[in-house]
Each structure stands twice: as C-alpha cells, then as structure tokens.
Design a protein around this ligand. Structure first.
Ligand SMILES: Nc1ncnc2c1ncn2[C@@H]1O[C@H](COP(=O)(O)OP(=O)(O)O)[C@@H](O)[C@H]1O
Ligand SMILES: [Mg+2]
Length: 356
C-alpha cells in the first residue's frame, strides 16, 4: 500500500509560535515513516506559509525560516486541489497533494478553529478537534457556558466587556461583591498564560483587567481555586482513551508562561498522588467534558483538585503541547502508548472521522 502523505504545519501567528516549533519537531520525529511520508509547512510569525524541506533540528532552533529553498505555498480551500498550491521561484504554480494535515499549532489561529475551518473547506482529513469545538475550547467564556450547562464544575466567574472600562471602578466593586480574592483575570482567547494575572485586592483587579484587555477584547475574572493542578489526556472520536491523571507542582505563584516551559520533569507526577476514587472522578469528568464540547482526535483536560476535595475543571486544550516536558505525550506513554503509536493513532483518527 502506498504511504499516506501527511503535512505537518508549524509556527503561526500566535504567541505560542516558539512552542509550536518544539511540538512540531517532536511530532515530525515520531510519525512512523514506514506508513507515512511527511511534508513540512511552516507559517512565519507574520503569517506567510512556506513549504520547508530542511532539517527538523532547524525547525526547533527557528532557523527554518531563513532557508533559501523555502517555497511559498497556500492550502487550497478547493476540495479538488486536495492540498497546497506552491509558487516556484520562476513564478510557475504547482500542486502539492496531501492525504492528511497535522496542525502542530497552538493558540490563536492554530487552535481556535480558524485553520480548522480552512481544513474543513478543503475536505482533507486533519488531526484534532474540528472548527467548532476548537473555537469553544479556546474561548474561555464559551467553554464556561457550555461545560457548566452540562453540569461540569468550574471556578465561579464574571465577564468584563470593553464598555466596562468607562466604569471600571464600579465594575470592580460589583466583581468584588460576587467573587472572593484572590482572583484570576484572563483574556478570553489567549493561551499560554499570556495576559493572565492574579489579583489579591481591588487595585490589582483593576490593573489586571486593563492588562488582559491589551491582549483581547473579551475578558473574564475567575475566583481563585485553592488546590493542586492536574491534567488528563484524552484521545478518540467516539471511543475514547482516557489517560491517568498527572499532577503539576508549579515553581511560581501560578502556572505562568515561564513555569510552563521550564518545569523540570521532577515537578510533574504521573500518576498523581491522589486517591483512586479521585483519579477516577477526574477521568470521568474529562471524558464527559470532551464529549460535551464536541472534541475529536485529542485534547488535554486541565483540573484543580481542591483542598476541600472537589474536582474543578480549569480548561480544555485542543492541541496540547508536545515538547519533551509536555504532559500529554507523557500521559499517553503511561497509558501504554509510546510516541510513535500516539502519532499513528492520531493520524488514523483523522481518516476515521466522518467529514461531510
Ligand atoms: N481560577 C483559578 N484558580 C487558581 N489558579 C488559576 C485559576 N485560573 C488560572 N489559574 C492559574 O493560571 C494558569 C493559567 O491559566 P489557564 O486558564 O490555564 O490559561 P491558559 O489557557 O493560558 O493556560 C493555570 O495553569 C493556573 O496555574
Ligand atoms: Mg492552561
């Protein structure tokens, strides 16, 4: 049987560009070559798409972008093209057909449904969640509304809108009456802890809201949860593989950008040191939340296990990081699925999904 051609897309116009390069390197290195041929498409920070034929090492280091043999290419939304349209140096246009797309992209444009909408138009099978579930998981406010309506416990929260900036003191007073400090102020659709701050008083709340608005036009304030952070990896379309639970011990005051990508291995524990019943409760909730919001392919569901013994969902990441210290591949490995098998299964799930 001929090998299927998989296009791994990396980079992108997102504040998680650098993380995407590391995830992509891991993914490309682990796609089994006896079954798949891999082509690489990088998106620059400015948003230009380039067919890249260099080494994986240079994706990781960021040097890929300087290669003189990069060829501009775009994904055609026309299903008859079944792939990319390349513009050669002599101006000639050629087609690069692919069987499947693996978006190794995080955050804005890559994990928020935008690019998934393009994949859907092209009718090319792709790895991961579809447009709608990606968008709903990326928008923290939508995720709250959908998951809470299905009975999932999350932190108490309130929305803040741009128009509230004209009456910010009043809005902060209202928030302080309804939620307890410390609070977390978050841009609704950012990721990687960017723009998030923790407020211990009303002054910090005010400042935090202003900071969050410099990253997004939608902001929410959540009541702080006192507990341990933990994560569960889910894979599948209808029949799901739900991993055990991993525990995170952040070095900083919260799991901020720095802590996320510099935590040494010892600061995560797999499985978490909770009782069996708690682990099962977290796994059940991850399964339920994944289905409720319509995830397919893969997602990492993040929780707090509170000091009062409750399981509170924090967020769902539809393209979880795949860096060497990332939780998702580690959890899958712990479930008996090494990296090569994980990649093979994810690509197979893309082919199995019914795409109308
Ligand atoms: N309600 C909350 N209570 C306690 N800690 C929180 C809360 N919300 C966020 N955090 C902390 O901030 C980190 C980043 O928040 P999160 O909502 O996961 O944003 P991102 O999508 O950027 O990862 C979390 O991993 C956690 O450490
Ligand atoms: Mg998070």
């Amino acid at each position: 049987m001929a090998k299927k051609r998989v296009a791994v897309i990396f980079g992108g116009r997102s504040n998680e560009y650098d993380i995407s390069l590391i995830s992509a390197s891991y993914i490309i290195n682990n796609i089994p070559r006896d079954k798949y041929e891999v082509i690489m498409v990088g998106i620059t920070k400015k948003g230009r798409w380039l067919h890249y034929i260099g080494s994986v090492e240079e994706i990781k280091s960021g040097k890929w972008v300087e290669h003189s043999d990069n060829v501009p290419c775009i994904l055609s939304p026309d299903p008859l093209d079944r792939g990319f349209i390349e513009t050669m140096p002599d101006g000639e246009v050629s087609r690069l057909k692919v069987d499947c797309i693996f978006p190794a992209l995080h955050g804005k444009n890559g994990e928020d449904g935008s690019i998934q909408g393009l994949f859907q138009m092209s009718q090319i099978p792709y790895v991961g969640c579809d447009m709608l579930s990606s968008a709903c998981c990326m928008d923290k406010e939508f995720a709250h509304r959908i998951l809470e309506s299905g009975g999932i416990r999350m932190a108490k929260w309130l929305p803040v809108r741009l128009r509230d900036l004209d009456r910010l003191d009043k809005r902060c007073d209202e928030i302080a009456q309804q939620l307890k400090f410390p609070m977390f102020i978050k841009p609704s659709r950012c990721g990687s802890s960017v723009g998030i701050s923790k407020a211990y008083d009303i002054k910090q709340l005010r400042e935090g809201i202003k900071t969050a608005f410099s990253h997004d036009t939608k902001v929410l304030v959540e009541q702080g949860i006192d507990g341990v952070e933990c994560e569960c990896a889910v894979m599948g379309n209808d029949k799901l593989t739900v991993s055990t639970v991993g525990e995170i011990m952040p070095a900083n005051d919260f799991y901020d950008y720095e802590a996320k990508y510099t935590v040494p291995q010892e600061q995560t524990k797999i499985p978490a040191t909770f009782g069996k019943d708690v682990i099962e409760k977290i796994r059940d909730t991850a399964d339920k939340a994944y289905r409720l919001i319509g995830c397919e392919g893969l997602a990492r569901v993040d929780f707090f296990y509170t000091t009062e013994g409750e399981v509170v969902l924090n967020e769902i990441n539809t393209m979880p990081g795949h860096t060497p210290i990332s939780m998702y591949p580690k959890l899958m490995e712990n479930t008996g699925m090494p990296a090569q098998e994980e990649m093979d299964r994810l690509i197979s799930l893309a082919f199995e999904r019914t795409q109308l």
